[in-house]
Each structure stands twice: as structure tokens, then as C-alpha cells.
Design a protein. Structure first.
Length: 110
């Protein structure tokens, strides 16, 4: 059978070849954003726990360990602010970004 004039044969393949990289890019960015958000939530939770530990008088090593055990590669800073003890941390996420979190607790609290 001879191709007809104006035949669209192969158009679907060409459109798919053009659209596929865009779909893959959107999926990669979406997965990366979800992973970064999950890491942010874990870091915030770890910082809140670490602030409570520090406020109860736990050692600095124990406080830092509470964050680093939850989120690998996190850098931690502990600082008193008036009646509060505040812990801030940041950790690497995908695509070279960093997520950060801070939490404070009343010093001497139980």
C-alpha cells in the first residue's frame, strides 16, 4: 500500500520523543521536592527533640547526636537565648540545596 498524501505516519512517535524529556524532568523535580520536604520534616522533628534534651541539661554531644542520628550530614548549633535554649541545624538535600530548622525550649524544663 502506498502512503497517502498528507499521511501523518510517525507523527505520534515524534511527539512522544519531544514530550518524553519534559515528562521525565517534571517527575525528577517532583520526586526531588518530595524528598527535600521529607528531609525538612525529619530535621525539624530532630531539632525540637534536641532543644528539649539541651534544656534538660543533657550533654552537648548527646544533643548533637540526636540530630545527626536522625538526619545524616546535619550541622548543629546550640545557643542560649535568654530563658531559652535554641538548637539550629541544616542538612544537605537533593540538587545541592540545604534544608534548615530551628527549635527552642525553656531552659531547665522537664
Amino acid at each position: 500500500m502506498r502512503p497517502r498524501r498528507g499521511d501523518d505516519g510517525g507523527a505520534v512517535v515524534a511527539e512522544f520523543a519531544v514530550a518524553l524529556p519534559a515528562v521525565v524532568l517534571v517527575l525528577v523535580v517532583g520526586v526531588g521536592a518530595l524528598a527535600a520536604a521529607g528531609r525538612q520534616v525529619r530535621l525539624q522533628d530532630a531539632v525540637a527533640d534536641a532543644a528539649r534534651l539541651s534544656a534538660r541539661g543533657e550533654s552537648e554531644a548527646r544533643v548533637r547526636g540526636a540530630v545527626v542520628d536522625s538526619v545524616a550530614g546535619a550541622s548543629v548549633a546550640i545557643a542560649p537565648r535568654g530563658d531559652l535554649v535554641c538548637v539550629t541545624a541544616s542538612a544537605p538535600a537533593l540538587f545541592g540545596l540545604r534544608v534548615s530548622a530551628a527549635g527552642c525550649a525553656l531552659a531547665g524544663g522537664l
